[in-house]
Structures are given as structure tokens and as C-alpha cells.
Ligand binder design. Structure first.
Ligand code: DGL
Length: 285
């Protein structure tokens, strides 16, 4: 693997940018490729094998770009397919569930911990099982919050509508007396302000963006492929369907992420792959 190769991340939409932000801040010399699979968004209600298929296809594409490090910046996709792709590809591949669990277990004092995620992630039991493995004495309260995803995609980050949805989902969790809440979906940090207003000061919100960046650093150092030279990098932000990117999100999301620009390009990965399979010679997007 080559130091000059990119770090690639993906999500079903704009959620994974909350992880991309930490990676870009931590590694200004690394080239970042982001892919949001907006054509198939949301992943949450789909069955695991379908999501696993998307994960395989996207990672195969990243592999063809010779990515030196791949981050599944989506919990639903991690729950559905991380283990399988780690078995198939030799590139280091990581996801947010293990770091989120690690941080959550360290943070809780009263051993009552909540996790919110998509219906797919909650139904997989990935967080619940992993939390119980690391902290057998924990009481875990899991709640699917699927309506948060379209709110974020449409840029409803601070609206009354978002607040009402948050109250409906979160007040019952607050009443369980948890002191720690894992945001088990990469879309949820955008709603962090509203979530913490509803949960109150006594509840710590866990979002593993920074610990993922640390993990990436350790892996790149171990493999001796950390880019230390100062480079002009041209990061790329692709989506599989540009029509499904809301301008409202771009405006608010850009500020939230601290990006000067947020320009998406369309990459219809599946028709690109079909053409490659038919033997057509194509320029690598
Ligand atoms: N952002 C994704 C996650 O972390 C999933 C959202 C969705 O597509 O349902 O799970």
C-alpha cells in the first residue's frame, strides 16, 4: 500500500460527513474520497443482506481506487457487513460501532446507557451485544430513531419539527435514568444540539468521530503509510444520486462541518460497474 493513496469513506447519505470532518481535520495531507449512496438512502429500513450487497460493491470500488484505508462511516452498513468485507479485502476497514461502544462504556457512571440508531442497526443487536460483552453489568436501552435521517438529509437541523420528533423518541429514554447516550448513527451528530436539549445536562452524548480518527492514525502509522509531507489535496465528495442532495442541507451542513465548500459530484457506481462488466473501457471516475 502506498502513502499517496486515498482514505475512502462512505455512508448512505450525508451522515458520514460527520466522520469525514474529523478525518480531514486530523489528516490535512491525506486525500479523502467520500461516497454518499443517496440512490439507496435510507439504509435503515432495508434488510441486512441488501445493505451488505451495497457495502461489498462500494468497497470493491474503493479497492479499485487503491484506497489505503476504508472507513464505513455508517453504523447500519457496519452492522450489516463489516465482518464480511474484512474477510474479503486486505485493505484495513473500520466502522464506528466498536469505538462507540468503547467510549460509551468508559463514560457511564451509573451503568445505565442508551443507544439510538436506525431500525436496521437496533434490530441487528450489534450495539446491545457488544456493550454487554464489554460491560456485562450494564443496563442497555436501545431505541430506533428512523425519522431523524430524513430530517438531517433535508437540512432540518434546528427546526421545531426536529425538536418534536426528538422529544417523542427521547423523553422515554431520559425517563430510564441513563447517564450516557451513544449516537449510533452518523446522521445524529447534526441533531446534537436538539438531542442534548431533550436529554438534559446530566446525559453525556457519545459520538465516536474523534476516536475513529485516532484509530486511523494508529493503523496508518503501524503500516507506515501515514502521509507526512505537506500536500495540496483535492478531496472528492461523490453521491450516487445528485438529485437527492438537498441544497438546504448543503448550506447548513457546510457550516456545521466547518467546510468552506461542499460540492458533490454524481457517481452512479452501479451503472459504472455494469459498463466495466460489459468490457467497456472507461476512465476511472
Ligand atoms: N448514517 C447511517 C448510519 O450511521 C444510516 C442512515 C440510513 O441510511 O438509514 O446508520
Amino acid at each position: 500500500m502506498d502513502k499517496n493513496s486515498p482514505i475512502a469513506l462512505f455512508d448512505s447519505g450525508v451522515g458520514g460527513l460527520t466522520i469525514a470532518k474529523e478525518i480531514i481535520n486530523e489528516f490535512p495531507n491525506e486525500k479523502i474520497i467520500y461516497f454518499g449512496d443517496t440512490a439507496h438512502l435510507p439504509y435503515g429500513p432495508r434488510n441486512q443482506s441488501e445493505v451488505r450487497g451495497f457495502v461489498m460493491d462500494i468497497i470493491e470500488y474503493f479497492h479499485s481506487l487503491k484506497a489505503k484505508m476504508i472507513i464505513i462511516a455508517c453504523n447500519t452498513a457496519t452492522a450489516a457487513g463489516l465482518r464480511e468485507v474484512q474477510e474479503v479485502f486486505d485493505t484495513p476497514i473500520i466502522g464506528p460501532i466498536e469505538p462507540g461502544v468503547g467510549e460509551g462504556v468508559l463514560a457511564t457512571k451509573n451503568k445505565r446507557i442508551g443507544v439510538i440508531a436506525t431500525e436496521g442497526t437496533i434490530a441487528s443487536g450489534a450495539y446491545q451485544n457488544s456493550l454487554k460483552r464489554v460491560g456485562p453489568d450494564l443496563e442497555v436501552f436501545a431505541k430506533a430513531c428512523p425519522e431523524f435521517i430524513p430530517l438531517v438529509e433535508e437540512g432540518e437541523l434546528y427546526t421545531l419539527k426536529a425538536k418534536k420528533v426528538a422529544q417523542r423518541y427521547l423523553v422515554p429514554l431520559r425517563e430510564e435514568g441513563i447517564d450516557t447516550l451513544i449516537l449510533g448513527c452518523t446522521h445524529f451528530p447534526y441533531l446534537g444540539k436538539i438531542i442534548s436539549e431533550v436529554m438534559g445536562e446530566g446525559v453525556e452524548l457519545i459520538y465516536p468521530g474523534k476516536s475513529i480518527a485516532l484509530k486511523v492514525k494508529n493503523l496508518l502509522k503501524e503500516e507506515n503509510i501515514l502521509q507526512e509531507n505537506k500536500l495540496e489535496v483535492n478531496n472528492k465528495f461523490y453521491v450516487s444520486d445528485l438529485n437527492r442532495v438537498s441544497q438546504n442541507f448543503v448550506e447548513l451542513g457546510k457550516d456545521f462541518l466547518g467546510f468552506k465548500e461542499l460540492d458533490f459530484e454524481e457517481l452512479d457506481l452501479w451503472s459504472y460497474k455494469a459498463k466495466v462488466n460489459r468490457g467497456e473501457t472507461l476512465i476511472q471516475p
